[in-house]
Design a protein around this ligand. Structure first.
Ligand code: APR
Length: 255
């Protein structure tokens, strides 16, 4: 309990709190992460789903759409868990600068955090982009086409290649979001990591930017991460359990 208490004290002393989430933060909402035992990359080969493979052939695009569409229904139906609701409560208390997320599930927005406070470093599964004319379509609309047999959906406006608005390995990171995440990481005085293995860059650079600028670094994760030795506090546990405990301590203390 004392680590939870330490984090609560740090939160009360902090003025600019950035929360950084990874796929581990959504597992308690029923969405698989990537690197836990049984995670997505233990069932699929990531080298099959690079942006290069997607762009190289119709067959590569068909394979990608099959892979991405298989998990869309569960992602679309997923609900925020106690970890998401805790972060949303921090927002309502006026204690959240922003969420920087690697997740594509939109659950931070579903929990009530306004769009402008969620930086989606790896894009979103909720939209589909035409890579030629850049028209954006709701994922549900394209998913219905896929379900009806259109296995490599093309843009209705220009016939161009379309892809879910997520960032695949080998695909360029979103420029504005990455720059904004770096800026907010450098400006915060508390950087709280929740549910990430911190092994994929440039996302995993964000906690190091914050730490390098003197911010407190707290990591809540089931497993150790390569950045644990930089952290002021590391709590190995479930985000859906630990974050609510931290919030309860924040509320129990005199402000
Ligand atoms: N509570 C806390 N930690 C959890 C929980 C949980 N309920 N469930 C899983 N974890 C931990 C796992 O132990 C693991 O260390 O969360 C971490 C999830 O790590 P990854 O699966 O690697 O997910 P992430 O860090 O988001 O991966 C980064 O890799 O494949 C790309 O684009 C993908 O955004 C993703 C990026």
């Amino acid at each position: 309990m004392e680590k939870v208490d330490m984090v609560a004290d740090i939160i009360l002393k902090s003025r600019t709190i950035v929360v950084f989430t990874g796929a581990g933060h959504s597992t308690e909402s029923g969405i698989s992460d990537f690197r836990s035992p049984g995670g997505i990359w233990s069932r699929f080969d990531p080298s099959e789903f690079t942006f290069q493979k997607f762009m190289a052939s119709e067959e590569g695009r068909e394979k990608y759409w099959q892979f991405s569409s298989a998990s869309w229904p569960e992602m679309a139906a997923a609900q925020p868990n106690l970890g998401h609701h805790t972060i949303a409560e921090l927002h309502r208390m006026g204690r959240l600068d922003c969420v920087i997320t690697q997740n594509i599930d939109g659950l931070h927005q579903k929990s009530g955090i306004p769009d402008e406070k969620v930086i989606e470093l790896h894009g979103t599964a909720h939209w589909v982009d035409c890579l030629e004319c850049h028209r954006r379509y709701p994922r549900e609309e394209i998913h219905r086409r896929f379900e009806a047999g259109d296995k490599v959906p093309r843009c209705e406006a220009c016939g161009g290649i379309m892809k879910p608005a997520t960032v695949s390995f080998g695909q360029a990171m979103p420029v504005a979001e990455t720059a904004e995440a770096e800026r907010r990481s450098a400006a915060c005085d508390l950087f709280l990591v929740a549910g990430s293995s911190l092994v994929v860059y440039p996302a995993a650079q964000m906690p190091l930017i914050a730490h390098g600028k003197g911010a407190k670094l707290v990591i809540v994760n089931m497993e150790p991460t390569p950045h644990d030795h930089y952290a002021d506090v590391v709590i190995h546990g479930k985000t859906g359990e630990v974050l609510p405990q931290i919030l309860a301590q924040v509320k129990a203390k005199p402000d």
